[in-house]
Design a protein around this ligand. Structure first.
Ligand code: PLP
Length: 386
């Protein structure tokens, strides 16, 4: 019997080391990593800048406390604010925790306005995490099942449907904000129509709602902009991120601007580990590298190359419904479930994620060379054309 709680159906493989876009298993077999620990290792594995930053910080000081000044954290906040157009940052350790902070900010916003039962509009098929508030916000019955009673204060609208949000705005005076992913990740890389976020911004402005974006997966350059909303004219009030920020060091961040940035006061929220020296050192190294190696425009370029490559490699294959994505969030959706795709990938030396046996999700590192991108296309296409 395993002494691990049975929360994951694990694949029978373990990795011993990594280098750039490749992982090596305990038997010495190499795999092209088109998953990067679920959009975490955007700079690839064992990136020297991150390794050095972590090693130096670990040899100096790991952790003090948010009871004291943490210059590294202050520096990281300043850099994230400059990158995002936000004013202030709260640091957590994960995506779900960053989202908890955002949800609490929305409730403070509502309570301050005298709304007794403030509600947030959230989307169908969304994913926001596994804590009680974030699983309630998540638009997937499987994530809810067994954990009732869920929290109150959430209203659901179909994703990519502006009219549905307008309807809610017209009928529900308790709503204080909208919380949505700019591209839905766990749902299978669902890219909304151009203009969706701008339309949400207009509704939020008209109703004094907070527009809150979950960029836990889309952030940190993955879509070809530091944050996905930067492809649009829309500036949110609150944005959360995590996954790619530390390249594997656990760190989450909730950023906010204007009024929303000033709602938290001492005693409202906190975290023992959030924004500690080690995590902030890793994140600063990630930001240095994204900038220094010009990886964000590169993510856009690689995304085009891989999507076009997949379309031509899979041309005429009638089980393929669609190749879609934004930057390095890419999905190939099939007309019907095709069991065994992840195992076929393992056999063929590529790590991919499959959603409901019907959609392959690719989240490769931003550091791929052209040759690695082409290898990814060939290996991913081979899984589908078995
Ligand atoms: C992964 C993810 C989360 C949850 O992040 P954790 O670090 O696992 O808590 C939340 N929102 C989105 C959009 C995600 O992709």
């Amino acid at each position: 019997m395993s002494h691990l709680m049975n929360t994951y159906a694990r694949l029978p493989v373990a990795f011993a080391k990594g280098d750039g876009a490749y992982l090596e298993d305990t038997e010495g077999k190499r795999y092209l990593d088109a998953l990067t620990g679920l959009a975490v290792c955007g700079l690839g594995h064992a990136h020297p800048a991150v390794t050095q930053a972590i090693s130096e910080q670990a040899a100096t000081l790991l952790h003090t406390s948010n009871l004291y000044e943490i210059p590294r954290q202050t520096e990281l906040a300043k850099r994230l604010a400059a990158l995002s157009g936000m004013d202030r940052v709260f640091f957590a350790n994960s995506g779900a925790e960053a989202n908890e902070a955002a949800i609490k900010i929305a409730r403070l916003h509502g309570n301050k306005k005298g709304i007794k039962r403030p509600a947030l509009v959230v989307a169908e098929s969304s994913f926001h995490g596994r804590t009680m508030a974030t699983l309630t916000a998540t638009g997937n019955r499987k994530v809810h099942a067994g954990f009732e009673p869920l929290l109150t204060g959430f209203v659901r609208a179909p994703y990519n449907d502006v009219e549905a949000v307008e309807q809610i705005a017209a009928n529900n005076a308790d709503v204080v904000g909208m919380f949505v992913e700019p591209v839905q990740g766990e749902a299978g890389i669902i890219v909304p129509e151009a203009g969706y976020l701008d339309a949400l911004r207009r509704i939020c402005d008209a109703k004094d709602w907070l527009l809150m974006l979950d960029e836990v997966q889309t952030g940190n350059g993955r879509t070809g902009a530091f944050f996905a909303y930067q492809h649009t004219d829309c500036l949110p009030d609150v944005v959360t991120t995590a996954k790619g920020l530390g390249n594997g060091m656990p760190i989450g961040a909730c950023l906010a601007r204007g009024q929303a940035a000033n709602l938290f006061q001492p005693g409202h929220h906190g975290s023992t580990f959030g924004g500690n020296l080690l995590a902030c050192a890793a994140a600063c190294a990630v930001l240095d590298t994204l900038e220094g190696e010009r990886l964000i425009p590169r993510a856009a370029e690689l995304g085009e190359r891989i999507q076009n490559g997949l379309r031509s490699a899979l041309k005429g294959n009638n089980i393929v419904k669609e190749v879609r994505g934004k930057g390095l969030m890419i999905a190939v959706e099939l007309n019907e479930p095709q069991p065994g795709m992840v195992q076929a990938g393992l056999d063929g030396g590529i790590l991919v994620n499959a959603i409901a046996d019907r959609t392959i999700r690719l989240l490769p590192p931003l550091t791929l060379t052209d040759a690695e991108a082409d290898e990814l296309v060939a290996k991913a296409a081979a899984i589908i054309s078995r």
